[in-house]
Design a protein around this ligand. Structure first.
Ligand code: HAM
Length: 440
């Protein structure tokens, strides 16, 4: 048997209705906030993510599913020059399955010249993402995200609206026990000063920090604050924090965000240690953390990225958005005992026996489906008894019976599966009978 790849999941018909429920709720929330859907390809040029997500991130360094097409790997010269040429090809012309939704949306915003339209641009997406991580509960190699992005506004009202959309959606869909943590990660003006202070503080402790922290010291020292290794956390007592180094513009922005969130009645706490795992953030960074998903507790993460559009060759345009993991959302909902609305049941099961009855029955399915009813008919030429058993399994509301006698007499019988009542209806009165059903 060929199994599915590790870290992937089948969403079977028996549980897909839960996905439909949260997808519909997300679309409906986005509509209310004035967001329109965007769909981008499943893969992009590798260089988009290298430049967009950032060369120092785990995503780009370790987790991308990248391919280069048209190169016969068996013919790649197995020496330094050969390998280097291959990796150059991979970087320049290679493709990568999208590990996140923001960089592709930015690319589409630039390529389709959406920046030339009246701003802001507000878009949402529902997309699979691919990251080669170590799978565990709530962490997959193919997972799915709800995401939104707003382009063209520097104002903290945009950040507040993005956060309010996530908050509204999570509450409407029934999430409880969630907390929102916000931070400001500064801008290219104030961050270098902070980095200096942070590096001076870390320098004395480097020998006691893990190898990952040591790797990050030069390239991205802020991520060290985010290290989950307990011994690192013990060493990092009272580190200098970005919030104490914000420039005037970033301070004002962060203060405005907080007053807008209060006006929107969105509860939050300031967590100065939130840094996020992607390089593009400026000013606002935030996370919705759930107590109901185990170790992978961040349901939704996002923030502002004022330099990203320019980095992807567009005109300087600010942006802000979030990504929300659908599997983690469903896990949190299931762990809190959420009852999802069940999909509708079969309205009519047509039990037909014999060729002539089947012809009549097939004709009936068309008329009934045109009326909007959910209709099933036997495809296995089973006995009436077996067909009734199957109709029961489908929880069909009623069974139409068409046998030889019914065909001969131009009638059909209907059994109400809830009450057990049975009646006969002349075939000529099918339309009237169906009209009666739809108004039921
Ligand atoms: P992210 O924090 O990397 O941000 O991912 C957002 C959410 O995707 C996470 O909070 C989590 O729920 C889910 N997620 C991430 N990795 C996995 C995984 N391996 N398995 C299951 N779920 C996962 C971004 O992707 C940014 N693009 C968000 C953003 C949009 N920022 C601004 N705009």
């Amino acid at each position: 048997m060929i199994a599915k790849p590790k870290g992937t999941k089948d969403v079977m018909p028996t549980e897909v209705y839960k996905w439909h429920h949260v997808e519909n709720a997300f679309r409906e929330t986005c509509l209310r906030f004035g967001f329109k859907e965007i769909r981008t390809p499943l893969f992009e040029y590798t260089k988009l993510f290298k430049r967009g997500v950032g060369e120092t991130t785990d995503i780009v360094n370790k987790e991308m599913y990248s391919v280069v097409t048209g190169v016969d790997l068996r013919k790649v010269r197995n020496d330094d020059a050969g390998r280097e040429a291959f990796f150059k090809e991979l970087d320049n012309d290679g493709f990568t399955l999208k590990p996140e939704g923001t960089a592709p949306v930015v690319r589409a915003f630039v390529e389709n010249k959406v920046f030339a339209d009246a701003q802001p641009t507000k878009m949402y997406y529902i997309t699979p993402c691919f990251r080669h991580e170590r799978p565990q509960a709530g962490r997959l190699r193919q997972f799915h995200q709800f995401g939104i992005e707003v382009f063209g506004s520097h104002e903290a009202t945009a950040d507040a609206e993005v956060i309010a959309l996530a908050d509204t959606f999570l509450r409407d869909v029934g999430i409880t026990g969630i907390s929102l943590e916000i931070n400001s990660v500064g801008c290219p003006k104030c961050r270098p000063v902070y980095h200096q202070a942070l590096k001076a503080y870390l320098a004395e402790r480097l020998d006691k920090l893990c190898t990952t922290c040591n790797d990050r010291y030069e390239k991205n020292p802020m991520r060290i604050l985010d290290c989950k290794v307990p011994s690192c956390q013990e060493i990092l007592v009272e580190p200098p924090l970005m919030v104490d180094y914000l420039c005037e513009d970033c301070t004002d922005h962060f203060n405005s965000l907080q007053s807008y969130l209060k006006a929107l009645e969105v509860e939050f706490t300031v967590n100065p240690k939130i840094v996020r795992g992607l390089d593009y953030y400026t000013k606002t960074a935030f996370e919705f953390v759930s107590g109901d998903v185990g170790a992978q507790s961040t349901l939704c993460g996002g923030g502002r990225y004022d330099g990203l559009v320019e980095q992807i060759d567009g005109p300087a345009t600010p942006g802000v958005g979030f990504g929300l993991g659908i599997e983690r959302l469903l896990l949190a909902l299931e762990n809190t005992g959420k009852v999802f609305p069940e999909p509708p049941k079969t309205d009519v099961y047509i039990a037909a026996m014999g060729e002539e009855a089947l012809v009549v029955g097939m004709g009936m399915t068309r008329k009934m489906r045109e009326k909007g009813l959910i209709v099933e008919i036997d495809h296995l030429k089973r006995s009436f008894k077996a067909q009734f058993k199957f109709a029961d399994k489908l929880s069909a509301k009623r069974v139409v019976i068409i046998g030889e006698d019914e065909v001969k007499n131009g009638i059909f019988s209907v059994k109400d599966m809830t009450t057990g009542e049975q009646k006969t209806v002349p075939m000529a009165e099918l339309e009237t009978y169906l009209d009666g059903l739809t108004i039921m």
